[in-house]
Design a protein around this ligand. Structure first.
Ligand code: GMT
Length: 377
């Protein structure tokens, strides 16, 4: 049996799928017996209850008066090195290249080669930030100097190689959900708060950034509602919201669209839906589509980035070219009007989530990478 490891994890603690995946992974590793040290500016929002193997180290930023901008990156790198030395970390697993992989590179210079760095690329660190010429060399350095690099989809791996001209090995480790949390919930009574009997529920969950094409969600819903009486639930918050609210009003849909804001119990909320809409411009993976799949809810969305690796067209959902809201609406209508098709797709969703994206498989894959870089395999 392999020995238990001491693993440092750094992620964005307060937002996004990358933070969720990093935190859930840390919790599962701790349950398996590893010692996990989160190093970040605040406690990861999904960390939950006490576990004897989980520790949190807060990064404090110096506000010394000469600094026009407090240097978080330097404080993080120093904290990583301090924790690594004090706790004897074997691995520093950083999620998101900027600045985390760069800080880990600096930390390793301070600690020495005994500390192994694993970098997980999540998407916008490559698809947006690495397109910026001023950051390209820095991101390339951090990736090339990591002991292992993982990507959450094949598409992101391809784009990383293409954009940064990287030839090194990259491991594919798909995201996962904790199946003890993500399973079909009985959400009938909550659903009745929004939808009358016979009405269908469409849902969109995101951070409402332009990349999510939330306006397409409204267009899809508008078309669907003309043929299938429906309600649309929006979950989350973000910069596009005011624009979307105006559009909904202009289209006369205000009484059929509901804004639930940020929600903690996503599994329960998603279980209210008949279909999840994800028409993104870019999406390295689309964690919310997996969360929905595990709750038996199919996704109708775009053929963007890694979405087709997750959602199998015609089996666990339906995909159309980015921006083709007409086709996406047609897929929704077919699904919502055909109970047999909906039942078949729901079963396929539950099976695929369990077999292809299980937490056990992903945790084991990361452990294998850790042991490999430590030469213990
Ligand atoms: O864009 C987001 O939704 C947030 C962002 C993040 O940093 O958490 O999400 C990225 O990482 C997620 C977890 O791996 C992926 O599921 C998302 O697809 C990815 N977002 C994009 O590629 C736009």
């Amino acid at each position: 049996m392999e020995p238990f490891l001491k693993i440092g994890i750094t992620c964005y603690p307060s937002l996004g799928g990358s933070g969720v995946v990093a935190t859930e992974l840390g919790k599962l590793l701790a349950e398996k017996g590893h010692e996990v040290h989160f190093i970040s500016h605040s406690v990861p929002f999904r960390l939950g209850s006490y576990h004897k193997n989980i520790f949190y180290h807060e990064v404090e930023v110096s506000d010394y008066y000469v600094f026009r901008y407090p240097p978080y990156d330097l404080s993080l790198a120093t904290k990583m090195a301090t924790v690594a030395k004090a706790q004897g970390l074997d691995i520093l697993h950083v999620h998101y290249a900027v600045p985390h992989a760069v800080c880990a590179f600096l930390a390793k210079q301070m600690v020495g080669d005994s500390l192994k760095v694993v970098t997980t690329l999540h998407g916008t660190d490559i698809t947006v930030l690495a397109q910026d010429e001023s950051l390209k060399d820095l991101i390339r350095l951090a990736i090339n100097e990591s002991d292992a690099v993982t990507s959450v989809s094949r598409d992101l791996m391809r784009e990383t190689r293409e954009v940064l001209d990287i030839t090194r090995d990259i491991d594919l480790t798909y995201n996962f959900v904790d199946e003890r949390v993500y399973y079909p919930r009985d959400a009938k009574s909550c659903r009745m708060d929004f939808a009358a009997p016979g009405e269908k529920v469409l849902m969109h969950v995101s951070n409402f950034r332009p990349v999510k094409r939330v306006s397409d969600v409204v267009d899809i819903f508008h078309r669907v509602n003309e043929q299938v009486p429906s309600q649309l639930l929006f979950v989350g918050e973000g910069p596009e919201l005011p624009k979307i609210q105006c559009k909904i009003k202009d289209l006369g849909l205000a009484d059929r669209v509901h804004f639930l804001g940020k929600q903690d119990d996503i599994a329960h909320v998603i279980s209210m839906a008949d279909v999840l809409l994800l028409p993104s411009e870019k999406e390295s993976f689309g964690l919310v589509a997996l969360e929905a799949m595990a709750c038996g809810v199919p996704t109708v969305g775009s053929v963007a980035g890694g979405i087709p690796e997750l959602v199998t067209h015609g089996e666990t959902g339906f995909l159309a070219p980015i921006g083709d809201t007409k086709q996406m609406a047609e897929h929704c209508i077919a699904l919502l009007q055909n109970p047999d098709l909906a039942a078949r797709i729901r079963e396929a969703c539950l099976t695929r989530a369990k077999t292809e994206f299980s937490s056990e498989m992903t945790t084991a894959a990361y452990e294998e990478i850790y042991y490999r870089v430590l030469n213990r395999q």
